[in-house]
Design a protein around this ligand. Structure first.
Ligand SMILES: Cc1cc2nc3c(=O)[nH]c(=O)nc-3n(C[C@H](O)[C@H](O)[C@H](O)COP(=O)(O)OP(=O)(O)OC[C@H]3O[C@@H](n4cnc5c(N)ncnc54)[C@H](O)[C@@H]3O)c2cc1C
Length: 230
């Protein structure tokens, strides 16, 4: 890690956005740090400042209700699998449960997994299946970007350096839906995905007909492939 890197513990959203606005690409958002710290130590990145968002009020908010699922920027994988699976987001919950070991799950965030944009990011296929939307804020401006447009390539996203992802939103899981997430790696625990697949089928209970089918494949290309809806 560069010895000159500064650390700024943001105390509010405005504070974090102001630092990002002033420093642009010379700043990096620090959430759980499970990707970022490794990249800093490996010399892949050399920002002037890390803007830590751990203490920013509201970013750890998590909601799951009739409107869907809304994890804030500091919601961890553990938060997600403990609370989302009971409300039918089973592929997402299962993916979060398979990110590394419990240490990684208890500090690594859902949003960090997305912004890191690794082709092998385990949450990405399921977020595509759920047509997740990212909420990005910068000083004086907010916008939303669908997951399918956010991921542009390996480690490349539609996020501007001055933007902070504040939360992800997904609509409710329809009645009659069933989901699965399967990850294949080289070993049985703490493996990087060789391929990962998320699937959601919706069946009309009266006719038994599948009315909506979605599939997304991760780790097999630079950007996870939304296999689309049939
Ligand atoms: C031992 C180990 C095992 C792992 N196993 C897996 C695995 O099995 N599957 C898997 O998918 N991943 C795995 N990971 C990777 C990692 O845990 C996840 O990608 C994690 O979700 C990243 O979240 P974070 O909060 O730690 O992000 P950070 O490391 O803090 O940040 C990651 C990137 O996102 C940016 N960022 C974070 N939050 C925001 C925000 N709100 N707005 C804008 N930019 C932001 C950062 O600037 C950085 O570029 C593993 C990591 C470790 C260390």
């Amino acid at each position: 890690m560069a010895s000159t890197v500064q650390f700024h513990a943001a105390t509010s959203l405005e504070d974090a956005l102001e630092r990002l606005d002033q420093l642009g690409s010379e700043a990096r958002v620090l959430a759980g740090g499970t990707d970022l710290m490794i990249q800093l130590q490996g010399g892949q990145l050399s920002p002037r400042e890390l803007v830590h968002i751990h203490a920013v009020p509201g970013l750890a908010d998590f909601a799951v209700d009739e409107q869907g699922l809304r994890p804030g920027a500091m919601v961890t994988h553990e938060n997600l699998w403990r609370h989302a699976g009971a409300d039918d987001f089973t592929s997402l919950s299962e993916a979060a449960r398979q990110v590394g070991g419990w240490q990684t799950q208890s500090i690594g965030t859902v949003v960090g997994n997305v912004v890191n944009a690794s082709p092998a990011g385990d949450l990405l296929p399921s977020l595509l299946v759920h047509e997740a939307v990212l909420h990005l804020a910068r000083s004086g401006n907010e916008r939303t970007v669908p997951m399918s447009e956010f991921l542009l390539g390996r480690r490349q996203t539609a996020r501007e350096p001055e933007e902070l992802v504040t939360k992800i939103t997904m609509g409710p899981v329809p009645a009659g839906a069933a989901e699965a997430f399967v990850k294949v790696g080289r070993r049985r625990a703490m493996e990087v995905s060789v391929v990962a697949v998320a699937v959601r089928l919706v069946m009309d209970p009266s006719s038994g007909v599948i009315t909506d089918a979605r599939i997304a494949v991760g780790a097999a290309s630079a950007v996870p492939l939304p296999g689309g809806r049939c």
